[in-house]
Design a protein around this ligand. Structure first.
Ligand SMILES: NC(=O)c1ccc[n+]([C@@H]2O[C@H](COP(=O)([O-])OP(=O)(O)OC[C@H]3O[C@@H](n4cnc5c(N)ncnc54)[C@H](OP(=O)(O)O)[C@@H]3O)[C@@H](O)[C@H]2O)c1
Length: 308
């Protein structure tokens, strides 16, 4: 089968190659991919992964072989799922516990936009407990995770502040539920009960300084690639502030999350209460230029590659 693999000497560090079909475990379905998504994590890993590694977390497609243990969707079912690697391929083995049926009105492209962005947002927001009326900050809000997190926080009743790098990157965020869109945290109306932080560097320190007592900062990454220095004593004096570092695949195991949460997210898309925020959609033949666009921060939301 054809797959996109890392090829450090090639333009965009990828190439199409014929690779062996995946051999599903007993609890995995084999899915013929129809759409896959790009995530910043894929882009970052391609900078250092060895030759031949197959990227891709999000896949939407049709089941071509049911799980051998008899669980999960039957052949022909439209499904979306998440894998730690290998989704940018014609066929993908997906564990049943991380697979959900796609409701009829939802396209493969829309479904492929949701596993990483939606599950990361949902599981990070869970650290804020009941969100009704709480002040929630989402940094990197113009991106794929950011746009999902703004919507899900708003749906949960939070008062959402969205942080973006430049005013023009804030376009559309108010319509998704952001009460305020800021480029500088000083401009935010209040401190935060919960923050979903993905930029790292100096911004992480600024967010820590603006957490309300009892608040939780969930750090999910560092798109800036910068280290953070922060004033520990100032934080200690305010007291009871939690910093939680979250990695999605570990967190899914920890919270026992997967299919059920994916099912919820896909249901919200079907009901038009969650928008997948697809900003760029092309054939997977154009994966290289799409990766470049993601790297240049030229995508506002999700980039989706159609497997054709
Ligand atoms: N912990 C986990 O398991 C997990 C899961 C998913 C994602 N992540 C991480 O979360 C982050 C967001 O992921 P994503 O897929 O939403 O990425 P994305 O779509 O590329 O969005 C990243 C956003 O970060 C902002 N940003 C600020 N400084 C940046 C810089 N120096 N370089 C690049 N972006 C910068 C950009 O803001 P502007 O548009 O305003 O410029 C952009 O909108 C990434 O770091 C990713 O690796 C972690």
């Amino acid at each position: 089968m054809r797959a996109i693999v890392s090829a450090p000497t090639q333009p965009y560090r990828i190439e199409f190659r014929d690779v062996p079909e995946p051999e599903p475990s007993r609890d995995e379905a084999l899915v013929a991919a129809r759409a896959v998504s790009l995530n910043r994590g894929n882009f970052r890993r391609l900078a250092w992964e060895a030759e031949g590694w197959c990227p891709g977390y999000d896949v939407a497609g049709e089941v071509v072989r049911m799980a051998a243990d008899g669980s999960g969707p039957a052949v022909g079912a439209r499904v979306a799922g998440i894998v730690p690697s290998g989704a940018w391929a014609e066929r993908v083995a997906v564990p049943i516990r991380r697979l959900a049926l796609i409701p009829e009105p939802v396209s493969f492209a829309a479904a492929a936009a949701i596993p990483v962005a939606g599950l990361t947002s949902l599981l990070a927001l869970a650290h804020g407990g009941i969100l009704l009326g709480k002040r929630v900050l989402i940094t990197g809000a113009a991106g794929g995770v950011g746009r999902a997190a703004v919507q899900l926080a708003w749906l949960a009743g939070a008062r959402v502040t969205a942080q973006v790098s430049r005013p023009e990157r804030g376009q559309g965020l108010a319509a998704l539920g952001a009460e305020e869109v800021v480029t500088r945290l000083e401009d935010a109306a209040s401190t935060f009960d919960l923050a979903i932080e993905s930029v790292g560097g100096a911004l992480l320190a600024q967010v820590l300084a603006r957490m309300a007592p009892g608040g939780t900062l969930v750090s999910i990454g560092a798109s800036s690639d910068e280290a953070t220095t922060f004033d520990v004593l100032a934080l200690v004096r305010r007291g009871a502030i939690s910093l939680y570092a979250m990695s999605l695949f570990q967190e899914m195991e920890r919270q026992g999350a997967g299919s059920r949460e994916l099912d919820t997210l896909l249901g919200l898309i079907a009901e038009r209460r969650l928008d997948p925020q697809i900003d760029l959609q092309r054939s997977w033949q154009e994966m290289g230029p799409m990766l470049a666009a993601l790297g240049e921060r030229a995508v506002a939301g999700k980039a989706i590659a159609i497997v054709d």
